[in-house]
Design a protein around this ligand. Structure first.
Ligand code: C2E
Length: 925
């Protein structure tokens, strides 16, 4: 049952009041009772006195004194009245007397009876003989009895009154105790009521201090205090959920990544958060009170902004602006500030939140620079979406193709297709880029006006943050000129410039192809080795010009003598070779050879002058005279020598009896096998000179074989043999070790350090452990890798491009220099040149030899030099023999030169002398 607080208090008050009233009533009643009792007791006392007086008067009469007879009557009458009043109650002289308690009935009756007896005796008092002693005793007895009973009544009344008093005192005591108990109970109740109120007051004061986590235990009582406590808990809970404390708010503000300032109406800083302090490197104390404008590079702007914010306040707009904040150390930080009036305050504070946009700004700057770079790039740039639809092209693209951005936007780059590439090319392109890789290639495209052009194309996918391709970017460098140069170089590399016939490299390539085909499909072919008779005489007597004209005419007649499918090549000088691609029988070759001899014997009219020559032809037939290129060529060569030996101007088939030379070769092989361990190999060194100052910058190590009987043998003779019999690798290793050791010795002798170049055979370059071997040699000899230069021939590298690149990179990593030897005689591919990590390019001496006389050789030389320089590659010209060559090379900006004009390859002791003299080679004046 719910007892409300007011009810509880009312009950308590009622009980206390009731106790009080009862107590007062009791006291009052007690007082009244006391008054009645004392009146009764007084009357009873008076009865005792009256009984005494009656006794006295009776005695007096008994002794004959009747003077008090009347007094006796009066006394008895009064006594009787009083007795009846005491017994039954009544009023005497205005005073009221209550009737005596019932238990005193007997005594009062006895008193009345005694009084009646006494009265009877007293009535006869006149006849009493004064001397009658019996009467005397009767009177005495009766008055004493009356006196005694009066006393008894008095005492009994007194005792009844005393008992009553005692009883009332007990009641009073009890009531007082009850009152005290009710008071204590009430006090305890009030204390209990106050306890939850005190808890509540404590909790309320905590909430007031911002601690909303208060929750108090509900009192057990089902009253308003319980309601209050419950309401308080609800309130605190709601406050915690909806309101934030100052600390919490400060925590939030300090945790903000952006800087926060509160600026007062005077433009002074009132508050800052931690981010401000950490970015601007101030303490909060240093900032508070400072003018906000002083922190910005453009204080006026800030002042204006603050004013504007106050004016616009009613619009409730947040005003944003980009500014520069100055740090304590003077650094500048780009920020985007937003200003807003602080709501809920009257003092006009403004909140300024400044976001650090330095990175974004830098990024925007980068982006701006990048877009300018893209727009102004000298390369054409196309950006497409992931489906290949064009989104952007730059200015260079428009210049290059004639298409504007609006013309190509949304279209596919295939509008540029030239039709020069097969569908597989485009498939490979798409397969590569959609696989997320970069595609690079030389591409022939078509301009808007229909003209074709070449460009070097690189397409890269652009990926989003999760790696999905979103766009493709194509960067294209106009390659037409380079392509032309390359085509031209290829032409130069594969064709003889004078006669237009295929040169050695193309010829050998075709021979290789024919050989492969013949092996596959089993047919015969013939190799012819031709040497003109008397050409030297014509050249020497009629001059080079006539010699050239003659060679051209010879080439034309040779071409006419064979089928389209046959290859006529000029191998150099007056040496030609012919590949008769398919013959059914040797006589076919004999017929053609006869035809050629006949054609050569016809007089030549050169510039109006007639001259006659002849030709010696050696023929070898596949497969009878050899099943490989070298053998077929060598056998044809041998047959040609036979012709020369036997009178020239004829042809001869190879015959095994010619193999005397083969025996010689076998002997040579044996001798070479033991040459290494017999220490018959040695190195000569040829100086390499800086063309600008004549200083010695390096040398080329060239192997020599000092045979005990055959004398000095040229590497041209034994290196191919060593390659053939697999001796080239140990010999090559010996060369590298010897050259490194010698170079280190020179350095240890105090000579200025210089580079030593070593030739490496193509066979050595097939060895994947080559770099490891060279590392060991460098470690053993102690030579710094930068003083070693490895020379490789282009054709050697091309045999296995990927392995070559791998080995070259390994060597490069070691710090060793890499040169390409005999450049211009092989593939001369610029694309490969770009892929090879090359330091030096050596122009083949064939070009140098003729560069001053043959314009095409001069063109090749200068093209090679400028092309190498554009790829950051140094150029050495070898085989320089004349001042004219040297002069031309200097004009062509060649870097270094080597050749007989300075020195032939010399033994190390002689080379030491050059170093000792610190020899400066005399160049041109
Ligand atoms: N006509 C003329 N010739 C000049 C002139 N200056 C230098 N030479 C010669 O031209 C050749 C240049 O060497 P190469 O092209 O590497 O051609 C070398 C190279 O391919 C090979 N060879 C030489 N030494 C080694 C070697 O240690 N290892 C390998 N694998 N091959 C070597 O033998 C070839 C011939 O070597 P060498 O007979 O020493 O002939 C050398 C050198 O004596 C000049 O002004 N005029």
């Amino acid at each position: 049952m719910r007892l409300s607080l007011s009810k509880k208090i009312n009950i308590l008050l009622f009980l206390i009041t009731l106790t009080g009233v009862l107590e007062l009533s009791t006291i009052y009643y007690y007082q009244l009772l006391q008054k009645d009792d004392s009146r009764v007791i007084n009357l009873a006392g008076k009865q005792r006195m009256l009984s005494q007086m009656a006794a006295k008067y009776a005695l007096s009469a008994a002794y004959g004194d009747f003077s008090d007879k009347e007094n006796l009557a009066k006394t008895v009458t009064e006594y009787e009245l009083n007795l009846h009043t005491l017994y039954k109650g009544g009023t005497i002289s205005g005073a009221k007397y209550p009737p005596a308690p019932a238990r005193m009935d007997a005594v009062f009756k006895e008193n009345i009876s005694m009084l009646e007896t006494f009265k009877g005796s007293a009535m006869d008092i006149d006849m009493v003989d004064a001397q009658n002693s019996r009467l005397k005793s009767i009177y005495l007895e009766e008055s004493t009895a009356l006196l005694n009973i009066s006393n008894r009544i008095t005492n009994e009344l007194e005792s009844i009154s005393g008992y009553k008093n005692e009883h009332l005192r007990v009641i009073l005591l009890f009531m007082t105790a009850a009152g005290v108990l009710i008071f204590i109970f009430g006090g305890l109740k009030v204390y209990n009521l106050m306890r939850p109120l005190r808890t509540l007051a404590h909790a309320v004061s905590k909430v007031g201090a911002g601690d909303f986590s208060q929750e108090i235990a509900l009192p057990e009582s089902n009253d308003e205090i319980r309601d209050l406590a419950s309401a308080f808990n609800d309130m605190a809970h709601n406050l915690q959920n909806t309101a934030v404390s100052k600390d919490y708010l400060n925590g939030v503000i300090d945790a903000m990544g952006d800087m926060l300032f509160v600026i007062d109406i005077y433009g002074k800083i009132k508050t800052v958060n931690h981010t401000v302090c950490s970015i601007l490197m101030y303490n909060a104390d240093e900032l508070i009170g400072k003018r906000a404008a002083n922190l910005f590079s453009d204080g006026n702007v800030i002042e204006e902004k603050l004013k504007e914010v106050r004016i616009l306040d009613h619009l409730e707009k947040i005003s944003r602006i980009e500014l520069w904040l100055i740090t304590k150390s003077g650094g500048k930080i780009a920020v985007q500030c937003s200003f807003s009036m602080m709501k809920g305050t009257e003092n006009g504070d403004i909140v300024c939140v400044a976001a650090d946009i330095t990175v974004r700004k830098r990024f925007e700057d980068e982006l701006r620079k990048l877009s300018i770079a893209v727009e102004q790039s000298l390369s054409s740039i196309i950006i497409t979406d992931k489906y290949g639809s064009i989104e952007f092209v730059n200015q260079k693209f428009t210049e290059c193709t004639g298409y504007t951005l609006s013309e190509v936007k949304g279209k596919n780059p295939s509008i540029l297709k030239s039709g020069k590439h097969p569908p597989e090319f485009y498939k490979r392109l798409w397969d590569t880029i959609t696989a997320g890789e970069e595609f690079r290639a030389d591409v022939c495209n078509r301009k808007k006006d229909g003209t074709l052009y070449w460009e070097f194309l690189s397409i890269a996918p652009i990926k989003d943050t999760v790696g999905n391709i979103t766009h493709f970017i194509a960067v294209k460098i106009d390659d037409t000129e380079r392509k032309h140069a390359e085509e031209r170089l290829k032409q130069l590399a594969h064709f003889d410039m004078l006669t237009g016939l295929p040169n050695r490299s193309l010829y050998e390539d075709r021979l290789r192809q024919t050989l492969l085909q013949a092996k596959r499909t089993d047919f015969n072919f013939a190799v012819m080795f031709l040497d003109l008779d008397k050409f030297k005489f014509v050249n020497d007597t009629l001059g080079h010009h006539m010699g050239d004209l003659l060679l051209k005419e010879v080439a034309a007649r040779l071409r006419e003598s064979v089928r389209e499918s046959d290859t006529v090549a000029r191998m150099g000088g007056d040496e030609f070779q012919i590949l008769l691609a398919k013959i059914t029988k040797p006589t076919d070759a004999a017929n053609i050879a006869g035809k050629i001899v006949k054609a050569m014997n016809e007089p030549f009219i050169l510039d109006g002058q007639q001259c006659n020559i002849g030709v010696s032809i050696g023929i070898s037939i596949y497969p009878d005279n050899g099943d490989n290129m070298e053998q077929l060529t060598k056998n044809a060569d041998m047959a040609m020598y036979q012709v020369k030996e036997h009178g020239k101007n004829s042809f001869k088939f190879y015959d095994a009896s010619m193999d005397v030379a083969i025996l010689e070769k076998i002997n040579l092989e044996k001798a070479l096998t033991s040459a290494l361990k017999n220490n018959e190999l040695l190195l000569h060194y040829q100086p390499q000179i800086d063309i600008k100052n004549g200083k010695l910058v390096g040398c080329e190590a060239l192997i020599r074989w000092q045979h005990p009987e055959m004398g000095m043998i040229s590497p041209v003779r034994f290196i191919p043999l060593a390659e053939e019999i697999n001796l080239i690798c140990p010999i090559g290793e010996w060369v590298v070790r010897e050259a490194c050791a010698q170079n280190k010795l020179w350095q240890q002798s105090g000579f200025p350090p210089q580079r030593v170049s070593v030739n490496l055979s193509a066979h050595q370059f097939k060895d994947a452990t080559l770099a490891k071997k060279i590392t060991t040699i460098l470690e053993e000899t102690g030579l710094d890798p930068k003083y070693l230069d490895i020379e490789l021939t282009e054709s050697g590298l091309m045999q296995n491009v990927e392995l070559s690149i791998q080995i070259m990179n390994e060597l490069r990593k070691l710090g060793v220099n890499i040169s390409i030897d005999d450049f211009g005689t092989g593939y001369s591919s610029l694309i490969y040149l770009k892929r090879f990590p090359i330091d030096i390019l050596k122009i083949d001496q064939n070009f140098i030899r003729n560069c001053t006389t043959d314009p095409s050789d001069a063109v090749i030389t200068s093209t090679i030099i400028s092309m190498a320089h554009s790829l950051n590659i140094k150029v050495i010209a070898e085989g320089v023999e004349t001042i004219a060559q040297l002069e031309l090379l200097r004009i062509f900006d060649c870097d270094e030169v080597q050749g007989y004009i300075f020195n032939k390859p010399i033994p190390p002791e002689e080379f030491s002398k050059l170093l000792e003299e610190e020899h400066i080679f005399k160049l041109l004046d």
